[in-house]
Every structure is written in C-alpha cells, then in structure tokens.
Design a protein around this ligand. Sequence first.
Ligand code: GLA
Length: 725
Amino acid sequence: MSIHFNEQKKIFKLDSKGVSYVFKIYQEGFLAHLYFGAYIPDDNLPDFERRPVYASFSPQPASVEPYTFSPDTCPMEIGCNGGADLRIASIQIRNADGNAVTDMRYVSHKICSGKPALPGLPALYANTPDECETLEITMRDQVTGAECVLLYTVFERHPAITRSVIIRNASNKPMLIERAMSFCMDTNGCDYELISLYGRHMQERDFERRPLAHGTQGIGSRRGSSGHAQNPFIALISKGGNEDSGEAYGFNLVYSCNFKAEIEVDYNNTARVIMGINYDDFGWNLAPGEEFYTPEAVLVYSAEGLGGMSRAFHRLYNENLVRGEWKHKKRPLLVNNWEGTGMEFDDDKLYAIAAWAKETGIEMFVMDDGWFGRRDDDTSSLGDWKVNERKLKGGVGALVKRVKALGLKFGIWYEPEMISPDSDLYRAHPDWAIHVPNRECSVGRQQLVIDMTRKDVRDYLFDIMSEVLANNDIDYLKWDFNRNISEAGSALLPAERQKEFYHRYILGTYELMDRITKAYPHLLVEGCSGGGGRFDPGILYFSPQIWCSDNTDALSRVDIQFGTSLCYPASAQGAHVSASPRASYETKRNVALWGSFGYELDPAKISEEARNEIKAQIADYHKYYDLIHYGDLYRIICPWDDPYNCAWMFVDEDKTQALAIYLIKFKKERRGLFLRLKGLDPAKYYRWEETGEVFSGALLMNAGISLFRMPNEDGYSKTFFFTMV
Ligand code: GLA
C-alpha cells in the first residue's frame, strides 16, 4: 500500500493491495486519469500522445496549444460542468452570477496516514493508522473561488480505493451546489458490461447485466431511501467475464438516500462513471466559508471476475465498515415473532415463544411491531412509542424480565422515522410529518414519514426511545423504515433550502442512529426497510446486519441472497427460517445459514416434527458460524445463469474447511452431474464429513462431487462439509 507523487512527471500513483490507480496533473492543472486496474510497479504509463488528444467539436481552453488537448477527450478525475468537458458532469456549482460553469484546477495536495472521518456521514474507517493512507488534492475554480478537495484512501489489506469530495466556498459570495457526485472515473475503453441489482419489495437485489452502449445509462433512486428498486451498487465487467475470470470493477455508495450511478460512453469510447447523491431535485446552498461533504464511494477491482470482486467487498466491509461490539462478537441466534403472530399478541403469547426458544437452543427473543400505542394493525400509533399495557401487562420491563429469567436475550422493534396520522404525536405536532404547504400528503402503508431534518424531532425520538432502552436490559433493536418519501419538504426549511431536504433527512437519520448506538453501545442493531429496502453500506455502518427481505420462502429468498452477495457479506444479511410452506425445514435452514441466522415463526402453529427438526438444526448453526460469517464465499451455480439449480460455498481463510450447498429450486433434467467446488487448495487433501472419503482439492475443484445419486426434486438441498486432512 502506498501513495506516491512523482514530482518530475507530476504523476500520482496509488496502490492498494494488488491494485494501482494512477493519474497526473496535466496541462493547465487539469487532473487526467491514467489507469485503474491490477497492480503495476511503475508509473511509466503511455501518456496522452497515444490517446485522441483532440476531436472536432470538442472545445479546448484558449490557453493551450491549438489541437493538442481538450478536457472533453481526456480521461479526467473530476467532471466539471459547463466548461470544455461536455460529458456528464460530476460537479456543478451555480455561482452568484447565475451561471453554473465550474472549472476545477489543481492547486496542492497532501498525503497522510490513516483515513479521515466524513463529518455526519457513515464511511469506511482505518482500524490502525498504518493500514490506510489518504491523498487530499485541493482544486480551485479561479473565477468563482469554489474549491474541491478530492479524497482518495488506499488500503493495505484490500484491493479497494475510497473516494469522496469536499466542496468549499472560498469566496465571499453565496453559491449553490447543484451536483456533488462522490467521484468521476473515466475508463480506458468501453468493452464492459454493466451489472446492477434491481428489485421490489419481496424481491430485492436481482441481478441484471447489459452491455454498455454509447450515451448515458445508469440507475438511481428518488425514493428518499436507497430503496428496493435499485441498490447503490454497480459493477463493470469486461465482456465475457464471469464469476471467476475477467476484470470486474465494483462501485458502491455509502449512502442511504437518493443516489445516482451513471455511465456515459463518449465518442472516444471512454466510459465515464459517476456516482453520488442524486442530482434530481437536489441543491445545497453554500455560504462563504462553508464546506459540503459528499458521501463516500467504494471502488473495488478484481482480475478474478465477479467472485473476486465480491470477496474483496466482503472482507473490506467486515473489517473496515461494520463497527462496534458486534463487529466480531458472535451474533445471537434469534426468534422473531412477526411472521408467527403479526400484531396479535400479548405478553403470555410472546413468553410462550420465548420459552420454546430457550428449550430449543435459541439465544434471543425479538418482539416485533405492535407493542406500543394502540397498535393492533397498521392504521395507527407510529410515533407513540409508549407500551400498550393491554398487550404487555406491567410494561416492556415485565416481559423483558420474564424472558431474561429464561436466560435469553431480548430484542425490540422500532420504526423511528415514521408517524401515523392516527397517533397522539401527529395530533400534537402535525408539522412534524414531512409535507409541503397546501398539498395533501400521500400515505404509504397508512403512514407518514417524520421530519428527520428537525432537531426537535430527533430529540423527541431519542428521549422516548431511551425511556425503554435505558430502563430495560435490551440487547437488540430492529430499526425499520416501511415507506418511501413523497411530497418532500420540511416546515422549518426556508424556500431556498427545500432542495436540501433529502440530504438533510438522511443526515438527521444518521445523527439519530449515531446517538442511539453511542448511548447504547451494547445494542445489536438490525437495519430493515420492508425487508431489504435500505440495504446499503450507510446502514451497515450503524447496524452490522440488515433484514434481507420480507420474502422468507427459501426457494425465492435464495435468489435475493445471491444478488445481495455481489457486494455485501453473509454477516450483513439477516436470514430466517419461517413457516413458509414451499420448502422443507432442511432446505429453509440451508438457505438461512447464509446470513445472520434466526427463526421467524410461532412454534404453536407448526408441527411437532418441525419443532424437533428445528431443535436438531441448532448445532449446525454453531458449527458453521465462523466459516459462513468470516469465510470466503464462492458462487458455484448462480440463479442468473441457471434458473433451476444453484450452489454456493464458503471456505475459511486458511482453506482448511469448506461448506458447499446445492439446491434444486425446480426440478429439471440435470445438465451436469458433478458439482465442481472452488477456492480449495489444489495440493491438499480434504475429508468429506458424510462418508469419510478423502479427495484432493484438485479433484474436488476439477472433477467435482457426483450428484448422480441425489434425489432430483423441487426444493431438495444438500450440504457438503469438508475438512483438510
Ligand atoms: C416490515 C419488516 C418486517 C416486520 C414488519 C412489521 O415489513 O420488514 O420484518 O418488522 O415491518 O410491521
């Protein structure tokens, strides 16, 4: 890992583990991109004479030698709006004269060890100052006095680079930021395919792949949330690349609100990638002396296809994103009552689930929605975070004590960012709901969103949540978010600041998450949004696991987990066995093991046989925990390649243990009779636990395990566990 500046050539060379990123200070202080890819030891890269330095109709600054250079044809580190670079811009600042021409040129730089925090924003962090190095480049628009500081961090142990931008008003006039993308990167060529994760409620993060085309393409969210529809993740893979081969570039935004990722392939066949806050309906007023921080983007490179890229993200997030006590502590095996009881429960019913859980070997009971206000269905009470004594006699405390007396941990559900029109809170403070003047508010799930831009709202939420959290021995909090935002506006923001609303909203949410997690550091927080509607690195920074989807049918959930795994580690995805009928308990377990495992049911509503089966599953959860949470994931047969079968496996860091899972979603004549494993040491030997047979790693990976005698049935699944001999 290093950041090196070649004074003579004016070249910056940034090296993370196995990766180099190179750019230079070019003519007139423009920052030109040279390379991002596998590690190269030297910076002697072909310069711009090998590139189209100029093209007809591409403007050039008057100061440069005619026909020698245009920012429009040069790969750039920042895309400035309105000047001679006519491709999609990454930065656009409207100045006091009313135009939005933005022209950033190099001024200075500094290199420091470690990684600075981004105020108010979640971001990756350095565990020790020597595992990261950061480059800060200051650029300035000489006409307006706007400045951009480009931040680049490299990592000792990961093939990743993080990027973000600080925009500063170093003038004496106000400015309006209209576009503040977290990075701009121009690839050398456009022979890539774009991968993104699309979806909806109950079907999050489906894999989609398309060739890059000339023009602009991309994904984004305008939902006030990262959302179910698109994840803030894209990858570019070289044409023909797959799980194991090809160059894969992954881009992930550490942000939980409106985002955009765009790629423009220009007439020089360069693909410009930009990603950041969605600039639709965004604006940020910057007074003289003020600064604005963009969210951070994570860039990962792998020469080993999508599999290599995913494993790099997983290790990086487990080590440098997830924080707090639960980062490495074993997460408790839980049962949640939601799918079992809905909101129809009382303390005795919940206690009965907890008692069964204890007897079964489960470690934590989680009480979901319906414990507060007058909440018997979704028509009321969000915001009234006071216990419903009719349901829980003696309050939350009495139930916590009973459950704790069993020797279980206790978890609770909140949806802090919401307010029901039918709530005491709304009747007292109608202004606290997000709204715009003279317009009806659209409802979603019969609820409104509370205005998290307001400090009084956040203080109320902190205090009322603390009444429960501070006075009871609570171990876990599920933080839900069950609708998207419409009619976005805040009663407290002046008209010219309403465009700041969405970003202020998420900053407010992050602030409350920060306060809660700091005040109650023992809490394990699980993020949630109607399942996985806010499954992003921003939330992961505050909650080490996120409920992956409300879809707990193992045969479709497995697709969601495959998609999620493109970028997020197994430890991040909450995955539960429910009573959903389509698959056996064995298959449900095999799918849910790929995550932060738990159960989601009412034992009184399932058969005795099922209860016995669950009891027998618990030992395996413990046995495979470390391997799954911290091992390397290899996708063997992916749902996007084969709609009928899928297979995946985990290998520990030393390659001494491996667990493979094969699942038949829908029966069809088998196309292959062997499951070829991945990630083992070819020169070592492994014992198959089931039969005691010993095979070389080379055999298991090249010839594979025979599937010949396995049943070919819908929903059949099987695990294969190997240990090195
Ligand atoms: C969301 C969550 C569920 C459950 C319900 C409660 O849909 O994803 O797990 O908590 O809310 O209303």
